[in-house]
Design a protein around this ligand. Structure first.
Ligand code: GLA
Ligand code: ZN
Length: 656
């Protein structure tokens, strides 16, 4: 397992480079990411390239065997370029060009920007193509589905709509523009969804705009990655992604790229709400699921965060190491810490790296050095992966559509995915979080919460899975919208009615108020946010409402369909329901359960097909002890153990 650091040589006096790199290597760092913001240093004026300084840094890295991830610096065009070509600057929702002076101001649809972006990329790739120290390339930085509204973007959006629908008449039809005299009589009337108030936009227009901004992003990534590949066909290319406001469609973003990398900033302050406890592991599983392959962490928590926001507390003892090992436990093969040393200058001077401003090794550095040592003992995990019986499906389009139209107070799409994830985590199960298009036949159990926007191939995928014997769980707000994000004149859950063997006779968006449900065993659970009142056709009730005007009506159903089983959970509950439901589902699908794990302990398994390695991570601030069924060899402490004593945020990894 590999530990790395993010390093910004352009921000430090060159006299520090050698000692920095020497200390990195002494500490056990194996890779370093460089360059992703350094365009103004690499091309100080139009067409004049200066790689001298970067050559020197890379030479120093090579001399000590450090691998380099080179960032293509396209997120930060130099100010001379913005000045010469203001048309490459993004335009905001207010129709005005945004003010330059921070980062990421470029419009990725601008041909002039693209020309310069491809030119700097090509120069870099040509210059470093023979350099064996450069092990991977990072395109840009934390790309979002950018909502730029410049004339170029608007024009491209209009053509995108014409390509998709044919004519203005068909666009009107798809968007239902007879509402509020919204009919377009010419393409020039089509605007991005920015009218005031924003929440009153046409949801169909919003979803197509989201699709368009994703397509723009993807063609940008494609062009830059092709520029690299033309020179270096075997280059390993990635981009570092994250969970953000304008979240792109991760599955499509990484289609063109070799591997996923993720900026991993787990919570320093543990959530007070126990319902949120496991959510971070969920993010890691989602990242692994994007390409259904191991991934890298390209930025990892290293110190107190903050700068534009008040600073966070310092990571508690154990967190620097524990959170990095947690990423390995969920399929990371490399964890690169952001950043080697805290900046003295610029907006992020209080977003701390491993070393403080002083450059004097501190508590976090000591823990990081220990992490490097442990990671180097984990080579047996090379070429291991996570194999899961359970999949949770994540739909970027449904998530986006819910963001456009919140369903009820407190209703949050990702919360349901996390609630199921937490429930299976409590039993030590490996869980994949994957796209609804994924081939599902190898899973014993598939959870598909709130597939809100219909997609024919996804619907067919789910039917196929159940017909062939799979066990599927659907939840409230499934099948609600057609592919344009419009409602459907049919009983809910429309396309899934037959599969679940039930219809929704009424729904009650109860928001933050509460009701109760009672399961078949007589156990009661609180439910909230949403209540679907189910009327079974062929299904049986798994749980019924025990109060309210739909008392005694089914809230959760189970239906045998062809060779498989489809459950439907028509409401949203607290973790106690999901845990008991998960336990039943696992029993029925013969998925092994670990019982009695201390609260907060996460267990995952990586395998190479022969050996299995079990990770025990104490994701809590209290010590935990875990008895093993037999003595197992710990690859962290190199001894056999039949009991694990884990400090807060402590990890042990044993061979099964
Ligand atoms: C992101 C960015 C980094 C830096 C960090 C810390 O992950 O990619 O460049 O800004 O956040 O704020
Ligand atoms: Zn634009």
């Amino acid at each position: 397992m590999i530990i790395g650091v993010d390093y910004y040589p352009e921000q430090w006096d060159s006299s520090l480079w050698e000692q920095d790199i020497r200390l990195m290597v002494q500490t056990g760092v194996k890779i370093v990411r460089i360059g992703e913001f350094a365009w103004s240093r690499l091309e100080p004026s139009d067409g004049a390239f200066d790689f001298g300084w970067l050559d020197e840094v890379i030479r120093l890295c090579s001399s000590v065997g450090l691998g380099v991830i080179l960032g293509v610096p396209t997120s930060c065009p130099p100010l001379w370029l913005y000045e010469a070509h203001p048309e490459i600057i993004q335009v905001g929702a207010d129709g005005k060009r945004i003010q330059t002076g921070i980062r990421g101001h470029r419009c990725i649809n601008s041909p002039v920007f693209m020309e310069h972006a491809k030119r700097i990329t090509l120069e870099m790739v040509r210059h470093y193509s023979g350099n064996r120290s450069v092990i991977a390339w990072q395109i840009d930085n934390e790309l979002e589905a950018y909502p730029c509204c410049c004339d170029e973007c608007k024009g491209k959006f209009r053509s995108w709509l014409t390509d998709k629908y044919g004519s203005v008449g068909e666009i009107n039809q798809a968007f239902g523009n007879s509402v509020w005299s919204g009919e377009y009589s010419s393409l020039t009337q089509i605007e991005p969804p920015n009218a005031y108030p924003k929440a009153w936009q046409n949801p169909a227009l919003c979803l197509d705009w989201y699709r368009f901004t994703n397509d723009s992003l993807i063609s940008y990534i494609k062009e830059i990655s092709l520029t690299i590949r033309r020179e270096l066909p075997r280059a390993m290319i990635t981009t570092n992604t994250w969970f953000c406001q304008d979240m792109p469609d991760f599955y499509r973003v990484f289609d063109e790229l070799n591997f996923v990398s993720y900026d991993n900033y787990p919570p320093i302050k543990l959530p007070e709400d126990p319902e949120e406890f496991y959510s971070h592991a969920f993010h890691l599983d989602l990242m692994r699921g994007i390409k259904e392959q191991n991934f890298w962490v390209m930025e990892q928590l290293s110190g107190p965060t903050g700068s534009w926001a008040p600073m966070s507390p310092a990571p508690k003892p154990g967190m620097i190491m524990g959170y990095a090992l947690q990423a390995f436990a969920h399929g990371a093969d490399a964890v690169v810490h952001f950043r080697w040393r805290t900046a003295l200058f610029g907006a992020e001077m209080h977003w701390h790296g491993i070393l403080d401003h002083s450059n004097v090794p501190n508590r976090r550095f000591t823990e990081f050095s220990e992490l490097c040592k442990i990671a180097s003992r984990m080579n047996v995990l090379d070429n291991t992966r996570i194999v899961s019986d359970i999949a949770i499906l994540y739909s970027p389009e449904s998530e986006y559509a819910f963001r456009v139209q919140p369903q009820s107070e407190g209703f949050w799409y990702l919360e349901q995915l996390k609630a199921f994830h937490a429930a299976f985590t409590a039993f030590g199960a490996n869980i994949d979080v994957v796209s609804p298009d994924t081939e599902l036949s190898d899973y014993k159990l598939v959870i598909a919460p709130s597939l809100y926007v219909n997609n024919r191939s996804v619907t067919e995928n789910l039917y196929r899975y159940v017909i062939k014997g799979g066990t599927l769980v659907l939840t409230a707000r499934s099948g609600v919208k057609d592919e344009h994000n419009n409602c459907i004149m049919d009983t809910l859950p429309t396309v899934f009615k037959e599969l679940i063997g039930a219809e929704i006779s009424e729904y009650d968006p109860i928001g933050n108020s509460e009701h109760m449900i009672r399961d078949f065993a007589g156990k009661e659970y609180v439910c909230r946010e949403w209540c679907d009142v189910l009327q079974p056709t062929t299904a049986k009730a798994y749980a019924e409402y025990s109060d309210g005007f739909y008392r005694c009506c089914p809230a959760v159903t189970m239906n045998r369909y062809c060779g498989g089983v489809a459950y439907y959970v028509g409401t949203i509950c607290n973790s106690d329901f999901y845990e008991s439901f998960a336990a039943n589902l696992m029993t029925q699908t013969s998925i092994p359960k670990l019982k009695g794990l201390p609260k907060g302990v996460e267990v995952t398994t990586r395998t190479n097909g022969k050996d299995e390695y079990i990770f025990f991570f104490n994701n809590s601030d209290k010590p935990a002890s875990i008895g093993l069924p037999k003595a197992m060899y710990s690859i962290i402490s190199s001894v056999g153990k039949d009991k694990l004593e884990l400090e807060p945020f402590g990890m042990d990894v044993v061979r099964k």
